[in-house]
Design a protein. Structure first.
Length: 323
């Protein structure tokens, strides 16, 4: 039987998504997958959705949409220090979506499957009258007792972050006319960089960790609250890319967007002061830049300080779907 002999939905799945399937998927021919967990490992599960007009632009290349969907979920595994095993995916395509668009979406997934060594396990495909939306459940594993958690930061711990901050938010501005076009910033918005290797290397070093998806300040608030303490960000220590630094020099008002804009998908973590050398060694071993940007202390909330130690007020802490 050829794909042309199948009902339309199953033909679409056979053409575009069955080639993405791997061990445990049963060829996408059953109602569920069967997954063998590596010996001596705990299962790690996370889920995220992306929606046209909220998480990606209508004219974004389909390849990057598929890759962003996968990478945002891989970032959750990175924040737990986990290794990816596979994923389940639900696709809601607007009625009339061209077959070529879906093929390019699947091609983007295939590219990142090879890069991050995982496969599609199953899911669902539907048509919708509304905007395109996609949901992905990522499956990973970690040794018992080695998972990084949000809980654990204590007063006196140092605050670290990977990579650079603000590129995702500024990339969105550059794509929508708020800033001059910048290919580097646009790519950071469209293609997050899940820090999987660093997350695994920080096991036993970091006291607490999470990824930065909704803005540095807001997500740090979650980390501090989970630890029952407060946090201070030293704005001058926040790492910026060259395009972000240039944009900020031209418009200092962009600092709030950089600190609270979201879409960074970097790792934010706490580590005791005596672990600084081990943090830097983990960074070197995984070829991932890290920066110490502040500290945790007694109290509650998050404070951002300028170079003179004065507090920088921010109009909002970060992104929220409901606020």
């Amino acid at each position: 039987m050829t794909t042309d002999d199948l009902p339309p939905e199953f033909s679409l799945i056979a053409r575009h998504f069955r080639p993405l399937a791997g061990p445990g998927s049963l060829g996408l021919s059953d109602d569920a997958a069967l997954l063998d967990l590596p010996p001596g490992q705990q299962l790690v599960l996370a889920a995220d959705a992306i929606v046209e007009g909220v998480h990606f632009l209508a004219d974004d290349p389909p390849e990057t949409i598929g890759r962003k969907l996968l990478r945002t979920n891989l970032s959750d595994l990175a924040a737990m220090g986990a290794t990816p095993l596979g994923y389940l995916m639900t696709c809601a395509f607007p009625k009339g979506t061209p077959d070529d668009w879906i093929a390019r979406f699947a091609a983007g997934l295939a590219e990142d499957q090879r890069a991050f060594r995982l496969h599609l396990l199953g899911g669902d495909t539907v048509a919708t009258p509304g905007p395109a939306s996609f949901s992905l459940t990522i499956v990973g594993s970690v040794e018992p007792g080695r998972a990084l958690r949000r809980q654990g930061a204590k007063p006196g711990d140092e605050l670290w972050v990977s990579g650079t901050i603000g590129d995702g938010a500024l990339g969105l501005l550059s794509l929508t006319g708020g800033l001059p076009p910048d290919p580097e910033l646009a790519e950071r918005y469209r293609l997050p960089r899940p820090r999987l290797a660093l997350g695994r290397a920080l096991a036993g070093i970091a006291a607490a960790a999470m990824d930065v998806s909704d803005g540095l300040v807001q997500d740090l608030g979650h980390l501090a609250r989970a630890g029952g303490c407060a946090a201070v960000i030293e704005a001058a220590s926040v790492p910026l890319s060259d395009p972000a630094r240039a944009a900020l020099a031209a418009d200092p008002g962009l600092l709030a967007r950089i600190l609270a804009g979201g879409d960074d998908y970097e790792l934010l973590f706490a580590a005791p002061p005596g672990e600084a050398d081990r943090v830097l060694e983990a960074a070197r071993a995984t070829q991932t830049p890290v920066s110490r940007i502040g500290r945790f202390m007694d109290g509650s909330g998050v404070v951002v300080l300028d170079g003179s130690g004065a507090e920088i007020p921010l109009p909002r802490g970060g992104w929220s779907h409901f606020g």
